[in-house]
Design a protein around this ligand. Sequence first.
Ligand code: CMC
Length: 374
Amino acid sequence: MAESAELYRPGLEGIVAGETSVSTVLQDSLAYRGYTIEDLAEHASFEETAYLLLRGELPSASQLAAFRSELDRHRPLNPHVLEVLRRIPAETPGMDVLRTTLSMAAHFDPYRGNDLDALVGRATYALAVVPGIIAARMRLLAGQPLIEPKPGLSHAAQFLYQAFGQMPTAMNEKILNLTFVLYAEHEFNASTFACRVTTSTLSDMYSALVTGIGTLKGPLHGGANEESIKAINQYKSAAEAQAATETQVGGGKLIMGFGHRVYKNGDHRARILEKYVEPLGRERNDMNRVEIYHAIKNVVWERKKIHMNVDYPCGLVYFFMGLPLDVYTPLFVASRISGWAAHAIEQFTNNRLIRPRSRYVGPEIRPYRPVGER
Ligand code: CMC
């Protein structure tokens, strides 16, 4: 009892809960398999990044081509998955829809066994179907016909094409690819850790991925990108945003898209993505929203010395790309599946059941009293 009490930290803050070679989160860098996020953001496609996470090395040209054609092979959604999508009530949140439909799609996974190729194949299947599910749901809600996938497009362009029914601009493809690269992996964050716990019981990869979805949904985690744009959109001017944020911060309210458990000097991913906020605002002729964005950020920094995290610029960037709010966190999933699956594979192939202890704070041992005596 004393030992576990000594090791206890609320929220497991600062606790090393396992070893990984998938990524590392440090104050001055984030690296996937040894490549910095700055380097990957500048040069890599999401497909290369996902391959790197799943296999441990960047792909050769032929390996990349094979991976991309495997993704294309799995993109058409099974009719039963589409049927489920059509039956889910319109008001159901996008993350709940994804939780149910990825689970449904799992029943049509063509891979058998648990060797490395089968595990990577299963992850590839999940990566391929999730954007198609998000795009199909978006179009069903808008009362628009569904768009068949077009083989040969990049992962980012494919989603935008199926979502909007037309080829994306080069800028939108580039930015969506960038958010996919930035969101792909983040060490032992809550959803990844949850995936590893599920995997550690020797459960299957889809159970781990669905665990990840349920965990990412919360506003303290991936749900923050939707919450941050809701905050920006409620103000008409930077002055109004500044005054309201001052009041909120003064009253101890959490401002979504700010703060981080690990980064105390700022989130590298947020700085990389923020470079696109102003160009997009100018392109959309909506610099007022950019000013509101900066006004909130400045108050949180001046009053609390808290930096933005990646979800803050992401909310505005997705808004400027014309994406409906309900797909922001699902798009985080579309990317993070690569990291979750890489961790599930790592856990599975070198497993020890994750089963920590708790510090007991309940009543002393006491005798049972029959119901009539209570
Ligand atoms: N707005 C206002 N105050 C904040 C915020 C915020 N977003 N984040 C932290 N603080 C305050 C917190 O109230 C505390 O103040 P005090 O010392 O006066 O009580 C202080 O900063 C230290 O915070 P903490 O509670 O030690 O931070 P934590 O490590 O427990 O929480 C966090 C990390 C991400 C849960 C938290 O910063 C938060 O709730 N942020 C808002 C939600 C959010 O943006 N989540 C996305 C996280 S990153 C990307 C992702 O995973 O999706």
